[in-house]
Write a protein that binds this ligand. Structure first.
Ligand code: ADP
Ligand code: MG
Length: 258
């Protein structure tokens, strides 16, 4: 299987019918993602990022284009990639640990085995002692941690994370960003990460794909040439500041240009 274009998005467009009017959400989006890389999709609100993810996840048929994983088209095929939505979507009647291990138990792995395997990660994500609680007993940030863990444990090679840390406070966000990077480096998953936060994209990614405002098209693709492991102080390095200025300018043009 070729490594450089493991996940291929080819000429994907999506139009929605909005009360008789066609609304174009994304238009002719194409990119290839190398296996094991961490790529962020950065773009203004409403530019079609979640729509693009729904297409890649096989949940939404595109109006045009194809999405391939290796040699296989995954259009309309749900369950090929792990997907964490903006909303946590935990099952309210299951405990936190049973929510986190849902993917494994659905695959027939015994609950006890799945729980044991998940325990170290539960600990690292600050959820120890909350395993037996139900989602409504946890804060929004905690629920989001649990949803992230569930996604990390799905057993899929490709993970789509849609603004997973958008609603968290700065410290929790930083902590989870670092945990995500650690786990990604250990497991070598291929991660596509949607964010509108420039610093977050810079800190986490190998590459950043910038989308235009709606209809979203690929505006630019930049490489973040920083060593790993990444630390927050790297955001102050001159090279990174320059990249940040470039990204900010691109985004600002998108929201100010007609
Ligand atoms: P983003 O995630 O970048 O904020 P979305 O992909 O959620 O953007 O939405 C892109 C555009 O498509 C928006 O204008 C939104 O209103 C529209 N849209 C998204 N889903 C639907 C839908 N199911 N029906 C009609 N319009 C939609
Ligand atoms: Mg969205």
């Amino acid at each position: 299987m070729p490594d450089v274009d493991y996940l291929s998005v080819r000429g994907v467009s999506k139009q929605f019918d909005s009360g008789g009017n066609a609304v174009s959400a994304i238009e002719d989006v194409s990119f290839d993602i190398a296996r094991g890389s961490f790529v962020s999709i950065l773009g203004p609100s409403g530019c079609g990022k979640s729509t693009l993810f729904n297409v890649i996840a096989g949940l939404l048929p595109p109006t045009a284009g194809d999405v391939r994983l290796g040699d296989t088209s995954i259009i309309g095929k749900a369950g090929q990639v792990g997907y964490m939505l903006q909303k946590d979507l935990l099952l309210p009647w299951r405990t936190i640990e049973d929510n986190i291990t849902l993917g494994q138990t659905l695959r027939g792995i015994r609950k006890r085995t799945a729980r044991q395997a998940a325990a170290p990660l539960i600990d690292r994500c600050g959820l120890a002692h909350f395993e037996k609680k139900k989602p409504h007993q946890l804060s929004g940030g905690m629920r989001q941690r649990a949803a992230l863990l569930r996604t990390l444990l799905t057993g899929k090679d490709v993970l789509l994370l849609d603004e997973p840390f958008g609603a968290l406070d700065a410290i929790t966000r930083l902590q989870l960003q670092m945990t995500l990077i650690d786990v990604w480096q250990e497991t070598r998953k291929t991660i596509l990460f949607v964010t509108h936060d420039v610093d977050e994209a810079l800190l986490l990614s190998d590459e950043i794909i910038v989308l235009t405002q709606r209809p979203g098209r690929v505006r630019a693709r930049l490489t973040v040439d920083l060593p790993r492991p990444r630390t927050p102080d790297m955001l102050a390095s001159p090279d990174l500041m320059q990249l940040k200025a470039q990204l900010m300018t691109l985004l600002l043009q998108e929201v100010t240009e007609p």
